[in-house]
Design a protein around this ligand. Sequence first.
Ligand code: HEC
Length: 261
Amino acid sequence: MSEEPLHRLYFHYSELPYSLRVVYTAALLVLGLAYLFAGIYLFYSYSGKDGNPMTLSYDDVVIAYSGSGKSSRLESALRGPMSAMLPREDSNTIIVWLQEGAERAKFESAIRPILDKRCMTCHDGSNPHLVNLNGYDNVQKVTERDTGAGIFTLVRVSHIHFFGITFIFFIMGSIFSHAYVRPVWFKCSVVALPFVCLVLDISSWYFTKLYHPFAWVVMLGGAVMALAFAYMWVVSMYQMWFSRTPQPVAERQSGDIGVVG
Ligand code: HEC
C-alpha cells in the first residue's frame, strides 16, 4: 500500500481511552437527536408557506425570505369580506393610499375620516377579537405587505445559527478527526464543508430577498450540511465501536499502549 505515514498526533478511536469514547458517543447521540428535532421544526415552520404542507419546496423558501408579494390584510379585507362596509370610491381611496406606501401624513387627512365613519362601530378596539383600526399605529399592523422575514429577524436568527452551528460542527469535526479516512484531502473537505455551507446558506437568506433563485443555495447549503453531518456521524460511530482497527494504526501500535482509561 502506498499510504502516507500517520501523523504522530493522530489517534484512532481504538487508541483513545474508553472515557473519551463514551463522551464522544454520548455527544453524538444527543447531537443526532438535536439534528432530528431541528429538521422536524424546519419542516413544520416552512413547508406550508406555499399552500402545500406536505413538501418543503423552493417556493416555501422564497416566501419565507422574500414574501409572497401578496397585498396587505387591509387591502384583502377591502376587496373581500369588508367590501360591503363602504362605498367603492372610499375603498379605492384607501387602496391607493396602501399602494403608495401607507404614509402617516395622508392617513390623518384622508383615511382616518373614512375609517371613523365606516368601520368604528366594529373595529374601535373594544372587541379584542377584531382588528383594531383606531388610529395610525393600530392600522399599521394590517397595512404591511408580506415581504418575508424582516432584516432584523434575519440578523437575530443569523447570529444564533452562526454561533450554534459552529459549535455543532466543531464538536462533530473534532470527533470525526479520529476516524481513519483516506485520502486525507477528502477527510479535510468533509470537515470544512459544513462551515462553507453555513456561510453560503445564511448569506443566501438575505440574497433571496433580492434575487429569488438564491433560495436554491439556501436549500443546497442546508442539504449538504446535513449530508456531511450524517456521514461524519455514521463513520465516527462505526469506527468507534464496530469496525476493526485499521491496518496502519494497528501496525504502529507498539503493543504496550493501554486502551482502558
Ligand atoms: C359590522 C361590523 C364590521 C364593520 C362595520 C367592519 N368590519 Fe371589518 N370585520 C368585521 C368582522 C366580524 C371581522 C372578522 C371576520 C373574519 O375574521 O372572518 C372583520 C375583519 C376585518 C379585517 C381583518 C381581516 C383579516 O385579515 O383577518 C379587516 C382588515 C377589516 N375587517 C377591515 C374593515 C374595514 C376597513 C372596515 C370599514 C371600511 C370594516 N372592517 C368594517 C366586522 C366589521
